[in-house]
Design a protein around this ligand. Sequence first.
Ligand SMILES: [Zn+2]
Length: 326
Amino acid sequence: MFRNQAIVLMYHRVAEPVNDPWQIMVSPEHFSQQLDVLKRKASVIPLDRLVSDYRRNALKRKSVVLTFDDGYLDNFTTVRPLLEKFDLPATFFITTGKIGTREEFWWDELARLMLQSDELPAQFSLPVGTETIGVETGAEARLTPELKRQNETWTTQEDPPNRRCALFLAIWEKMRATATEAQRSTLGSLRELARFNGPAVSEGPCMSEEQLASLGRHELVRIGAHTVTHPALGEWPEAFQREEILNCRTRLEEITGQTVNHLAYPFGVYNETSTKVAGALGFEAAVTTREKVVDGKSSPLELGRFEVVNWGGEEFEEYLHYWINK
Ligand SMILES: [Zn+2]
């Protein structure tokens, strides 16, 4: 029995994973191996094609769509040449607020400062939104080589192995619910308290306008919206959700000259208002982070995705097989 269904894969970054608690990095070597598996075992199609197949009730098993979230620089420098090499299409969902800036995403800077700072005060208060939270690093104020190693390889799939990791998670949870300005001020305070001796962020963590425009012109690439400031949309009022989605799309269309009618909900957090707004703005497809196949019963504005992590070819092939046959 072959059901009419397809799957969408979710990636973020292709870079050597280090300090990657959320497992959003896949190494270039593993990514190449994964593309090789996809080329042999699946039929990689653009998101537009999945939408049109869905509408004609003609989804094909083994159809796979590749998506990348956020707009990190490596999407341009590393992912694009590998897609070219394997001749596979992909959609890139871009957070426009970071395009052309040198500012890190708040979750990346928080991870860097909490997990890798050589020194943090043993006890300090940190403003997060309307709250001030007491942070105690205690015996972990100074980063020992052992602590550094632990923090470099820890992922949120595992229990926090130490206090710094636990504190990072607790602060992350609170920051996700706050507005951009509040996130900036939290990081500003933390930056002043921390002694971070690691390498500075030399180039923009995200693409420049020129790089995004060039990526958008590529025949294998489509650009989708991922809001301006990456809020957890479903936790905000309708007017704010609309502004975030619309302003993102307007800027993307200006930069790329393409029509943008695909959307990814940041953090996968959305509600009925989000799908209503996306539909009213004319978006044809929107993707979530729920692990679900796309079939005749799916809603085009709530398409599930499967997250790919830093697996080698063989391990990836097992997951792919499992997802395709779900
Ligand atoms: Zn995102």
